[in-house]
Design a binder for this molecule. Sequence first.
Ligand code: DCP
Length: 230
Amino acid sequence: GLSLGNVQPTQKRQKRTKKPFTVAVEGNIGSGKSTCLEYFRKQKEVEVVPEPVAKWKDVKGNNTLDMMYKDASRWSLAFQSYVQLTMAEVHRKESDCPIKMIERSLYSARYCFVENLYKNGLMPEVDYAILSEWYNWIQENEDMHIDLIVYLQASPETCQSRIKERNRQEEQSVPIEYLQSLNSLHENWLIKQDKFKAPCQVLVINTDCGLDEMYKKFETHRDKIIQMNK
Ligand code: DCP
C-alpha cells in the first residue's frame, strides 16, 4: 500500500532546530506586500521568503491562478489546495538569519481567501469543507508559528488602482466588490478579531500613499520589527 512514512509530527517538529523570529506580511491584493518585502530584503538580519505565486501559475503548464479567476466554482479548490501546500512549505522552511519574513501565511489563505470564495458563493460547500479539514490537520500537525504580523492596510480603491497599474494579466477581471470583501475579511481577522483571532501581535501600516511615503513608513518601523527579535 501507500507508505506515509513513520516519522511522527512531534518528532518532525523537534528536528526543526533553527527557529527564526517569523514575520508575516499581510494585506489585500495590491496593498504593497511586494514593496515591503523588497525593502526588508536589503536588511542583513532578514531573510525574505516570497509567495510561491510562480508555482501557482505553472502546475504542469497550467496557470491555476488564471483558471481560478476565470471559473472560480470549478477551479478554486484546486488552486487553494495548492496554495495551502506551497504555503505549508514556506512556514516550514528553516533560516540561518535571525528574522524570517514571509509573504502571507496559511492563516490568510484560510481566513480571508477561502472564506471569501465560500461566502460569495464561488466555492461549493463540499470543497470548502474539505479544504477546512485539511487546514485543521495542518494546524494540528505542522509548525505554523509566526511571531508578528505586519498588516498593510489599504482601501479597496487604492488596491484596485495598483492592480490596474501593474497589469498582472490574471487579475484584470477582479471587480471592486471582490477587493471590498477581501478587505473586510482582513479587517475582521486582524483588527476586530471576532470570528478568527490573530495568532500573534499585529503591527498596522497604512499604505494609502505613494511609493516614497511607503518606503519612509517601512524605515520608521524597521528598528521596531528588528528589535522585537532581541
Ligand atoms: N491569491 C488567492 N488566494 C490566496 C493567496 C493569493 O487567490 N490564498 C491570489 C490573489 C492575487 C494573487 O494570488 O491575485 C497574489 O496575491 P497577493 O495579494 O498575495 O500578492 P500581491 O502580489 O497581489 O500583493 P501586493 O500587491 O500587496 O504586493
